[in-house]
Write a new protein. Structure first.
Length: 86
């Protein structure tokens, strides 16, 4: 019980090298913690843009029979697309 009631302050308990280390650690990490704006994402590369455009075009092609029925036949094919023979 006597060990808990110590007259030494917390700074005196730490070794001199430890207090310097803690101060340096606080000084280097506090500015990072104070950042409020998110880190911007890097711009897309040409390859990623092409992949995104192709994926969007494929998705648009899937939903096109429902969104543009006037340029489709009864089977959902465009006039220039090859028709499958039964």
């Amino acid at each position: 019980m006597d060990e808990l009631k110590s007259d030494k302050s917390t700074v005196e308990v730490l070794e001199p090298g430890m207090t310097k280390f803690i101060l340096v650690a606080l000084l280097t990490t506090l500015p990072v913690l104070a950042q409020t704006a998110p880190i911007p994402t890097p711009p897309l590369t040409d390859r990623e843009r092409v992949q995104a455009d192709r994926a969007k075009a494929a998705e648009d092609e899937k939903v096109a029979p429902m969104t543009r029925p006037w340029d489709r036949d009864a089977d959902g094919k465009r006039p220039w697309e090859r028709k499958s023979k039964p």
